[in-house]
Design a protein around this ligand. Structure first.
Ligand code: WT7
Length: 668
């Protein structure tokens, strides 16, 4: 099916939002008592002030960092290209390391790492600084210059963090490629970015098995003419073929390198990294982020949203191959001098309680994960978290897709012991930092909404004609004013940048030209933003536009359902009918009567939302096709129900056998 974006064809043709959620969770008084932003009133005041003068707000945030030279202009905006802190000189690794090494934090744990087999390593700020300086010298000795692109294809090992920071230190632009990608996906990303050097490892531990990253690299590199050197970390005892002149062992180079390195004084707009995102459609886009604006917004949001204090232990479960790993494992927490926990392996290895044993072992205070992970934890059952003392936790976070209220309540009750606020954070790879989120000491939360835009952000829900939607009227989520950590372009394809983000609401006599997120949303009577999902996932049933995420949320609220994906199938009479793909909870699947359950689920949706949303068909499946970052690939499911051949980019598919099963119909 054509992946044409469907937007309302006229202003009155808005998206019907059917989700109703009335539970309200004010910040616990004990939490607010010590929070950086300690009341809703204070937050409202801050937001209003920042909205009147965003540049003054960001100017003050940038001043929290260490700069070699001040900027002359806060923002230079030539639609759709922004430059922030123009003329300023800065180095991100100095802000993440050197700055803290000059204080008592020198011997504070920066990184607590746990390998999947159970080995651990801790690096203090001073130790991490030394490693980064040495690797910066290694990169320079291999001829890497300021502005060169360095590809990183690694698992979750400390060396990946060291490599990223070393690139930032010398002004090389890093391009981290998720370690689970195929060699074709790696090759495409290396060639598109023209990387000169690749950092990888022999193999990574995953679910008791090994992922052979060096082998995959070798396969990719047979057709990567720009790569001159490969640096290989030895993580396992696998035999590894090394190509003379091209391949070098990390430990050999590091042994010979000096731990003294003078950081590059980079201009604020220096390209810091490229990160490829494919979402669920099309050829991957190289999202380009620059230096000063990125680190300003990432550092400031980390501090406010996670209410970071010096005794916190921050555990973000994302992979460094995603933007969440960049911004909230590495750069945001380290810029704040925090202690981060990093875990190498699978969440259910050796048992489904691995995350909770990590929380207990290291005294994690802040835990940040994704709804898809939370639904897996629910599916495995609450006996696993119950085995552990989770009382060190004080704050929980989620990111990646709308969290269904059912999962929110489970997270709140079973993991958070009803005492931890939950920050539901909305943002995108393109945004660099969190744009919509509650502040845990200030914002009363409701299960399923990321609540309000962060201070300094001008965000609206609008109709196709650009007018603002009324409360509870669904529309399109836009950003109306540039922000420091926004993407600057799509690497090597500025035309696609303009098309993808700036063509929906172009600059005109009546419109300043807005960034379109691609998401549908509604704002409730309190101004809270509810994400309805990607507008590509909005379907029209009998003239009503429904966000499939809401139907999924209704399905998942049924006690037997672990996960659900809903797509449309074209229908002569209704325009579209809904087809639901459902995976059952482990217990529920045992001996279930699927015929009865199917009817029960259809009725359940009708009861929760209304007859209009009742799926025509419910198909049970063991797993859903997902991107590597855990997003359900609805495009593929649409093709499955339409009986069409699978087309387009599938390099982000997690498990093709899942798709094969669905297509051959043996899901039932
Ligand atoms: C898309 C961006 C940014 C880190 C992870 C995803 C969806 C993200 C939320 C949330 C509802 C969310 C949106 C967005 N999304 N967070 N809290 N509530 N939806 O990054 O791969 O660039 O995807 O993820 O649809 O546009 P990404």
């Amino acid at each position: 099916m054509a992946a044409k974006r469907s937007t309302p064809s006229d202003p009155s043709d808005s998206i019907s939002s059917v989700m109703k959620e009335t539970r309200l969770f004010p910040p616990p008084a004990s939490f607010a008592a010590t929070a950086h932003i300690a009341s809703f009133a204070a937050l409202k005041k801050l937001r209003a002030k920042a909205l009147r003068d965003p540049e003054a707000y960001w100017d003050a945030q940038a001043r929290e960092l260490e700069w070699f030279a001040p900027w002359k202009r806060t923002l230079q905006w030539k639609h759709p290209h922004a430059q922030w802190f123009v003329g300023g000189k800065i180095n991100v690794s100095v802000n993440c390391l050197d700055r803290h090494c000059a204080t008592w934090r020198k011997n504070k744990a920066a990184l607590i790492w746990e390998g999947e087999p159970g080995d651990t390593r801790t690096l203090t700020y001073a130790q991490l600084h030394r490693e980064v300086c040495r690797f910066a010298n290694v990169l320079r000795s291999l001829g890497v210059k300021q502005g060169d692109v360095v590809a990183i294809f690694m698992g979750m090992v400390p060396e990946a963090v060291i490599a990223m920071l070393a690139c930032a230190r010398i002004g090389a632009t890093h391009n981290v490629v998720f370690g689970g990608f195929s060699s074709e996906a790696l090759r495409e990303r290396i060639n598109d970015s023209k990387a000169v050097l690749l950092i990888t490892q022999d193999a990574a531990h995953r679910r008791g098995d090994k992922v052979h990253l060096k082998k995959a690299s070798d396969a990719a590199l047979s057709e990567c003419p720009t790569i001159e050197h490969v640096v290989v970390v030895q993580r396992t005892d696998e035999r590894t073929a090394m190509k003379g002149g091209r391949d070098h062992w990390w430990h050999e180079l590091m042994d010979a390198a000096s731990a003294v390195h003078a950081p590059a004084k980079l201009s604020s707009e220096h390209p810091m990294f490229i990160l490829y995102t494919s979402g669920s459609t099309g050829k991957p886009k190289g999202i380009l982020h620059t230096t000063g604006g990125y680190i300003t917004q990432v550092a400031s949001t980390t501090k406010m949203i996670f209410d970071l204090k010096d005794d916190d232990v921050f555990f973000c479960t994302a992979d460094i191959g995603w933007i969440t790993g960049h911004s909230y494992i590495v750069y945001g927490p380290l810029a704040n001098g925090a202690t981060i926990v990093m875990y190498e392996g699978a969440p259910n290895h050796p048992e489904p309680d691995r995350m909770w044993s990590i929380v207990e072992r290291h005294g994690v205070t802040i835990f940040y994960t994704a709804p898809t992970a939370i639904r897996s934890f629910m599916k495995w059952g609450e006996s696993w978290p119950r085995k552990h003392d989770l009382s060190s936790l004080r704050l929980l976070g989620t990111v990646g897709e709308p969290i269904n209220p059912e999962a929110w309540m489970w997270y709140h009750t079973v993991i958070g012991g009803k005492r931890c606020p939950i920050v539901d954070t909305w943002w995108q790879t393109e945004n660099g930092a969190i744009l919509i989120s509650p502040l845990p000491g200030a914002t009363p939360t409701k299960p399923g909404t990321a609540t309000l835009p962060m201070p300094g952000m001008d965000i609206d829900v609008v109709r196709k004609d650009g007018t603002s939607c009324k409360p509870n009227e669904g529309g399109l989520l836009v950003v109306k004013h540039p922000w420091p950590s926004m993407l600057r372009t799509i690497y090597g394809n500025d035309e696609r940048y303009r098309q993808a983000y700036w063509s929906e609401f172009p600059k005109s006599r009546t419109c300043a030209g807005w960034y379109f997120t691609g998401d549908g949303a509604r704002r409730d009577e309190d101004g809270y933003i509810w994400i309805i999902g990607r507008v590509d996932d909005v379907v029209n049933v009998s003239g009503h536009r429904l966000g499939t995420a809401e139907v999924e949320s209704a399905l998942v609220s049924h006690r037997s359902v672990a996960e659900a994906a809903v797509v449309a199938r074209p229908d002569e009479i209704k325009g579209n009918v809904l087809v639901a793909f459902v995976t059952l909870k482990t217990e529920a699947a045992r001996g279930a009567d699927l015929v009865t359950l199917r009817e029960e689920l259809r009725d359940h949706v009708a009861k929760e939302i209304g007859h209009i949303a009742k799926p025509d068909e419910v198909r049970f499946t063991e797993a859903l096709p997902k991107t590597r970052s855990g997003k359900i690939m609805r495009r593929l499911l649409r093709e499955v129900v339409a009986g069409a051949a699978i087309s387009g980019d599938t390099t982000t598919l997690e498990d093709l056998s899942v798709l094969e099963k669905l297509r051959s119909g043996d899901d039932e």
